[in-house]
Design a protein around this ligand. Structure first.
Ligand SMILES: Nc1nc2c(c(=O)[nH]1)N[C@@H](CN(C=O)c1ccc(C(=O)N[C@@H](CCC(=O)O)C(=O)O)cc1)CN2
Length: 308
């Protein structure tokens, strides 16, 4: 087993360095891309589709394109106006499904209100669904088959495993509480932690005594999308805390990014905790690159590189 990336140091304390882990993952993936090119003369190709002009989505999509290219893969971005009809988007996906050069298709979420994200995701060929959102990939994860795993939960699991390893610990047998039941984070995160032999609870807006449920968590994953929703005293002493939330708030007249956890209140209780920014967020894009390489190898019947 490799040495843990996350080490408790004087500067970092118990703060999980998601940005640093993501960089080291991208460096490893760049080596795989070079090796695949040398061995097969082919390069994985990712197409990202964005509809509309949501400013945060524009930033993420730009970053996806840059990072895809930076590790040596081919990147294409399709930008559509928010007047695009659902049928036009479905037609584009159909074309991309049929294009043999394209290995990965990602439709940036959220979509404009006149589109059904379930319908759009369902139209993507599951083999090219590098987000891992298609019902076939969700089903594979649920029954323990190898498929494409959603990027944010996959990145969160990598950080958790690494933090546990740094403490000479494992995830098996731990009480994991996930606050949030979305299809793209909460539910797949629960499946991943179940597969690690955790005892898993999914909590949500109707959960009774949420604070008490959280206080019982050895692993607490916050994915509610509400700034500082999880108070510091909801965190058990010695818990691993993964904060998936990325919320933009105004503080002293300035824009600021905060997570779903009250970081200052939680950090002295947690054994290890992800910050916002530079925690889970950067792992989302690094795992997208990981998934694109995996999809490329599976489509071409090449061996999937170890660790991908
Ligand atoms: N099709 C998808 N849509 C969306 C996904 C997804 O996985 N697939 N996830 C999010 C947005 N997202 C990627 O698309 C994403 C969010 C945040 C980050 C990130 O690196 N955040 C930085 C802060 C950046 C900032 O200033 O906003 C951090 O946390 O350090 C990357 C990707 C919703 N849509």
């Amino acid at each position: 087993m490799s040495a843990p990336f996350h080490q408790k140091t004087a500067e970092r304390g118990n703060i999980i360095d998601g940005a640093g882990y993501a960089k080291s993952l991208r460096d490893r993936l760049a080596v795989h891309v070079t090796n695949l090119k040398e061995a097969h003369g082919q390069t994985p190709c990712l197409v990202v589709v964005i509809v509309g002009d949501d400013p945060a989505s524009q930033v993420y999509v730009k970053s996806k394109g840059e990072m895809t290219q930076a590790i040596g893969m081919e990147s294409r971005t399709v930008r559509l106006p928010d007047t695009t009809s659902e049928d036009e988007l479905l037609k584009l996906i159909d074309d991309l499904n049929r294009d043999n050069v394209v290995n990965g298709i990602l439709v940036q979420l959220p979509l404009p209100k006149h589109m059904s994200s379930l319908k759009v995701i369902d139209a993507i060929n599951p083999d090219k669904d590098v987000d891992g959102f298609h019902v076939i990939n969700a089903g594979k994860l649920a029954v323990g088959l190898d498929g494409i795993v959603p990027c944010t939960p996959l990145g969160s699991l990598m950080l958790l495993k690494d933090a546990a390893l740094a403490h000479g610990d494992t995830l098996a047998g731990k009480n994991a509480v996930i606050v949030g039941r979305s299809n793209i984070v909460g539910k797949p995160m629960a499946q991943l932690l179940l597969n690690q032999d955790c005892t898993v609870t999914i909590a949500h807006s109707k959960t009774k005594d949420l604070a008490e449920v959280c206080r019982a968590a050895d692993i607490l994953v916050a994915a509610v999308g509400r700034p500082k929703f999880i108070a510091g005293d909801w965190v058990k002493d010695g818990a691993y805390v993964i904060d998936v939330g990325i919320n933009r708030i105004e503080l002293d007249g300035k824009g600021k990014l905060v997570g779903d956890v009250d970081f200052d209140g939680a950090k002295d209780r947690a054994l290890a905790i992800t910050p916002v920014p530079k925690g889970v967020g950067p792992m989302t894009i690094a795992c997208l690159l990981n998934n694109t390489i995996k999809a490329f190898c599976l489509q071409n019947h090449f061996p999937v590189p170890e660790g991908v």
